[in-house]
Write a protein that binds this ligand. Structure first.
Ligand SMILES: [Zn+2]
Ligand SMILES: [Zn+2]
Length: 455
């Protein structure tokens, strides 16, 4: 206690000493502006009430295998109402010196757009020794001030940790990182996931930043099964996965014998909470955007999936901390005016759009349902590229992840009956997605699960 008092006194003395000359100068100086600016109140740096912020945590640019420079991409997101953006390059961050070869038509298109948008004095070009035209990749610290503004737009540093178990891609996004995470490897896919998650958690602990990490696109090449994710040991706020990824090649919907991302989520929640005593996994929606020069179904475009985060501030730490608390929802177009999760009730209200209808479904699993997985025979019709070994989740009871209640409308509430392992909400609209992952997709939203206390 005594140290606190001494410290507080010291701080007060310092503040007084610093403030005094400033005050004298302000009154006596001719530098004081005479227009209205002088009397405008200073901005407040105190956090206001929490509000919703829209962002994407999975984006690629020229810094890895995206098709455009980061500025073009940042402009796309900022102009369309996104508040935060994570460039998640493969094992790389947008820092240091790097030159990019402009040697295809698509790259020349992107460069032309880059010059038009930002002016040729902004774009730095040269010719390599072999005659290849090159453009300088600007580091995040060089371009961020073009876009960032308090309460309007912020970048969060991150990376797609791009690991590989034999031919199976194992990708995780580390978000709010201070520095690059080297892919950790492992003796199995489950261990590889655990080790990469731990590496991000450890960096967060070491740096004092609220980092988080999400497992990406498990069905991409069907690399990651439910059983790979089931044993993941995390404390609350360290376990996330992409329930929706906008890249048209990632098979969110699964196939005849392999579960969709949503079904995978339910199996994970039911078994981790109801059987294994482990923390829940939160569901994220992302773009995994790569292509910004060609548009439409089948292209890897931005604007398909995002998260809405409830936070007092739009800063990397504040946004990440809110996500770690689970105070966010995933969306492909449906906006929620309100979400209240727990302790015994899950309530949500949709922001209605004219002419659109909404179906709110509460999805959960009741205690007593058989949680055991059973082997599935590899179907005779299974088509898997020759260089990929078949990976297959076990089969689980259909009552895992069933619709417990449906409400047609824009407001709904679910009160626990008492035997639910968890309940989450999904909103399905009648509005076609303007640039869907798959033709025919409608706009949706997913809340995080309500987990009853005292499990
Ligand atoms: Zn990936
Ligand atoms: Zn990616």
């Amino acid at each position: 206690m005594r140290t606190t008092t001494v410290a507080a006194t010291l701080v007060a003395a310092l503040v007084a000493a610093l403030a005094l000359p400033g005050a004298v100068l302000a009154h006596g100086s001719h530098a004081q502006p005479k227009d209205g600016a002088a009397s405008a109140p200073p901005p407040s740096y105190v956090a206001g009430a929490p509000r919703w912020w829209k962002g994407n945590t999975h984006t690629h640019s020229w810094w890895s295998d995206g098709d455009s420079p980061p500025e073009t991409i940042a402009a796309w997101y900022r102009e369309r109402g996104w508040h935060f953006l994570v460039f998640s390059e493969h094992n790389r961050m947008a820092e240091g010196e790097s030159w990019y070869p402009v040697n295809t038509d698509q790259k020349r298109d992107a460069l032309a757009l880059y010059r038009t948008q930002f002016g040729s004095e902004w774009v730095v070009e040269r010719t390599a020794a072999d005659g290849t035209p090159e453009v300088k990749l600007k580091a995040l610290d060089e371009f961020r001030t073009l876009f960032e503004a308090p309460g309007q737009f912020a970048f969060i540093k991150g990376q797609e940790i791009t690991d590989r178990f034999f031919e199976h891609p194992v990708h995780l996004n580390g978000v709010n990182l201070e520095k690059l995470v080297i892919p950790q490897g492992g003796d199995s896919i489950a261990q590889m996931i655990q080790r990469n998650v731990d590496a991000v958690v450890e960096q967060g602990r070491r740096t004092g930043r609220p980092t988080f990490v999400h497992v990406n696109h498990p069905n991409f090449h069907y690399a990651i099964t439910v059983e790979d994710l089931l044993p993941l040991k995390v404390t609350k706020g360290d376990g996330f996965f992409e329930v929706y990824n906008g890249h048209p090649g990632v098979r969110n919907e699964g196939d005849a014998t392999r579960p969709s991302m949503e079904r995978m989520w339910d199996i994970l929640l039911a078994k981790r909470l109801g059987e294994l005593g482990l923390e829940p996994i939160y569901g994220i929606a992302t773009d995994d955007s790569h292509e910004y020069t060609r548009w439409g179904v089948g292209e890897v475009n931005p604007g398909r999936g995002w998260i809405m985060v409830r936070s007092a501030r739009l800063t990397p730490d504040s946004i990440s901390a809110a996500i770690r608390r689970g105070d966010f929802y995933a969306s492909t177009g449906v906006t929620l005016e309100e979400v209240q999760v727990g302790p015994r009730t899950l309530t949500l209200e949709v922001e209605p759009q004219p002419g659109v209808e909404y179906r709110i479904e509460f999805v959960g699993t009741r205690r007593g349902v058989d949680l055991a997985g059973r082997p599935v025979e590899t179907p005779a019709t299974a088509v898997q590229p020759a260089n990929e070994r078949w990976r297959q989740s076990l089969h689980y009871d259909e009552r895992i992840g069933t619709v417990l209640r449906t409400v047609n409308g824009t407001r709904a509430s679910y009160e626990l009956r008492g035997d639910e392992i968890y309940v989450r909400a999904r909103v399905v609209s009648t509005k076609p997605h303007p640039n869907p992952y798959r033709a025919g997709d409608v706009e949706m939203a997913w809340t995080q699960p309500l987990v009853p206390p005292m499990r």
